[in-house]
Design a binder for this molecule. Sequence first.
Ligand code: GDP
Length: 298
Amino acid sequence: MFASLSDRINAAVSSLRGRGRLSDADIAASISEIRRALLDADVALPVVRDFTATVRERAEAAELSKALNPAQQIVKIVHEELTRILGGQARELRFAKRPPTVFLLAGLQGAGKTTLAGKLGRWLTEQGHTPLLVAADLQRPNAVQQLQIVGQGAGVAVWAPEPGNGVGNPVEVARSGVAHAKEQFYDVVVVDTAGRLGVDAEMMQQAADIRDATQPDEILFVIDAMIGQDAVTTANAFAEGVGFTGVVLSKLDGDARGGAALSVASVTGVPVMFASTGEKVGDFERFHADRMASRILD
Ligand code: GDP
């Protein structure tokens, strides 16, 4: 991930190195090349425009053409601006004052929600919480069973639909899951919801109904970093249909060009909270925009 983007940005900056004083034209050419690299990496056009305009303005304000170490300064500006479009400073997760805290997972089918539920469950356990995973994806065949397997692998309890707690009704399953957590002193409930392959009104409504029934403290929108240009449309549809408070980028281990990762936080104004980097329960980390920017500029 980001390999090509990273190579090209570094090449654009390197071309400024070791050349002493630079002309405005040299700097403009280098910024143009960074712009092309971002577009080729599938970063959304408004994000690229904003990024490039800001870098250009800052380069001008810093009078780079008169600076002694212009390449270094431009790297610093690019780093800061990459960090900004990636969502800036990370914020803490919100936990309810009175447990249970509810985290709702939303996203397209195949985005990585069920896998994430296990990872989040394990991570929360490590943080001293007692989580409960709730299987409210009744759309996809085997989704409930998959969550049970994931929960087992992560050592986290799973609430699955059974007679009496809402078979066939995801809203009831979610509601009864939260009630069960309250009774049994699970302090965080992670609700897995159904996704479709494409954005669809019925799916949005179902997720919104589960949201209304469970009053989540965080709604985490899970997005597959591999979906490229579609990321922004999908994110906007979920922002409108369900709303979300945090983004989780999944499949960052793949060979995606990075556009989704670089666009979603900027376009929606919602920070990326976690990165999923593989199929195993431990392939998961808190997302730090500045570290990601450093990785790109490495
Ligand atoms: P859901 O439909 O949103 O619940 O998606 P799943 O959790 O079932 O994930 C869909 C597929 O993507 C599964 O085969 C997962 O093993 C895989 N997957 C999920 N997260 C990641 C990830 O971060 N990296 C990779 N390589 N695969 C992932």
